[in-house]
Structure formats: structure tokens, C-alpha cells
Design a protein around this ligand. Sequence first.
Ligand code: SF4
Length: 357
Amino acid sequence: MQDDPLLSVRDLSVRFHTEAGTVHAASDVSFDVDRGETVCIVGESGSGKTVTSEAITRLVPQPPGEIDAESVDFEGEDLLTLPEKRLRTLRGGSIGHVFQNPQSTLNPVYTVGRQVVEAVRLHRDVSKAEAREIAVDLLDRVGIPKAGERFDDYPHEFSGGQTQRVVIAIAIAGEPDLLIADEPTTALDVTIQAQILRLLRDIQDEFGMGILLITHDLGVVAEVADRVVVMYAGKVMEQGSVFDVFENPSHPYTKALLECLPGRRNAAEGIGGTLPDPTDPPDGCRFAPRCPHAVDACREGDQPPAVNVDGADDHVASCVYYQAGYDATVVQNAGVAVATDDADDDTARTDGGERDD
Ligand code: SF4
């Protein structure tokens, strides 16, 4: 019998009630993360990746946010209905978070060592002296050279890559079963980025934890993912194993994203067009205004349901062309020219996904 997933998210939606209207940041998002597995959520800026990851442990402030879901099951507990006290125990304990922008995660007026010790003592019943020993060991394991000597240094005395390592040390201080890492390498140069990704893999091997990694960078996905969830405008467009998604991308949006990889056709221009207004998403498929294959049925009702695309159980896409009566080869075999939402400007483009969500 197959084990239950470590994390199982079903129909998670996040809305923000603002003066400009209700922002539909994430809608009906479903995915699993198994033990020892890395699942990447990928998509452009504004696709709802970060808000989805933060809603899992109810870090989205309510109000103005509003989270609902069929369930967000973590090791048999529904995170959306857990009492706040129990949830606080899980956050930083069984569920570690690495947030965007490591410098803002650390408190500049406390030494790095003190901050790691605090994280250790919050989740482990150890003395101050033991916590210090564990903290030095954690800093050593994440690759801070001469960790004992750097213990009393302040965050500003660490480089960007080292700061990210410290943040990871804090995130794993509670020996988590699940690590949620939001763009952990965005601000780093490619060499440091590769080191941090390798570090996450090593820690995963050591702890056997599941990792949910949020990124706009398909290069990072190719590097670390076991499974991929492709999001656009708050909806899941496609998900499957990293092999399925890279070898047989099936949703027009996934294909468009892949064409933005370095050396590919749209590497310089990015995806044409812009994301829809999140306060007024289009009927039907949210990608329809930018999709070159859109037909009338794409603009009716809700996002098409996720259906199996190639016989692989867990490879699904939300596109009408995979429904009965349509010829899936139209999108499967197609190139990736993307319609723009401005007929006079076929060079319109997004920001290429470089901004935070
Ligand atoms: S063909 Fe229709 S349903 Fe499929 S991605 Fe394009 S707009 Fe969406």
C-alpha cells in the first residue's frame, strides 16, 4: 500500500478583499508532496505561487486575506482547521520556511548565533549550552566556514550566500519533515545558487524531508524537482513529474514558459502579453487572452478541469484540448507563439517573472 503524502493540498483558494475589489490570488490549487520529494511550484510573477505556499500554514493575514480549501492535510492534521497554538508549534518545527529575501528574515540587531539558538530552543527541549552546540553544528552543516568563530557575528557581516545558509540553518533547526522554500536562490549569483541548491539536496538526503520550492526559474526546477506544478494567474495549468513536464510539456502556458529558457526562442522577449487583472479574471481558461489556440469554449465557465494527458497517472493539464471531442495534437505538437492582448503590439511582454509575487 502506498504511503499517504506528507502534504496534501486540495482546492486551496486565497482571496484578498481590497478597495479595488476582490483579488483572486490562488484558486482551487491541488497538489501533494511526498516524504523525500521535491515539488516545485513554477510560474511568472503574479501566478500565485508565494501566496499558495504561505496559505498552507495560514501565514496569509486574515483579513484582508481569506483562505479556504477542501483540506490542507499535513501528516494527518488539517492545517486550515488546527488551533493557532498547534499551528505555531508546527511552523518552524515540523514545517520549516525559507522566505524570500534572507536579509529581511534575520534581525539585524542580534547575532546570527543567537538567532539560530532561539530557533533551536523554540522547538527542542534542550539547555542553553546544548542549544549553542546544536546551533554551531547547524551553521557548520549549512557550510558556514569556522562556524564557532562566526557565531557572534551580526547578519550584515555575512555575504548574501552565507546569509541564505544561515536562514536555511534556522529553517531546519526544528528538524522539519517539510521545508517550504520561496525563491531561495533568486538574489544569488549562479555559483552560489548552485551551492544553495546542492545544500538543500544534501539536507534533504540527511533528513528525508519533503521540499516545496517556489520559483520562477525553470532552470532551478530542472535542477532539483521531482515533480512540477505550473501555475498561472492563480490556477494550476499543468502538473507532473519533472521528466513529463520537460519532455512532454502539454499545456500551452508551460510550452511558452519553456521557450523563455536561455537559448530558446523567447529567451530575450519573454512571454507576450500580460497576466489578467486578478480582481477580474476572465471566464474560462485564465490563459485564454494570451493563448494562440483559444477557441470559444476556452472563454466559458471556469478553468477546464485537470485531465490526464499522456497515460502517466500524475501528468495532468487544464486545457480544453484534452477533453473529449477535441484534438489534443493541436496543442501537443504546436510551437509556442503566444498571442498578445494588444493586437497592435506583438512585442508586448511580461517582466519575465523576475519580480516577487
Ligand atoms: S487552448 Fe484554451 S483551454 Fe487550452 S490553454 Fe489555450 S485558452 Fe486555455
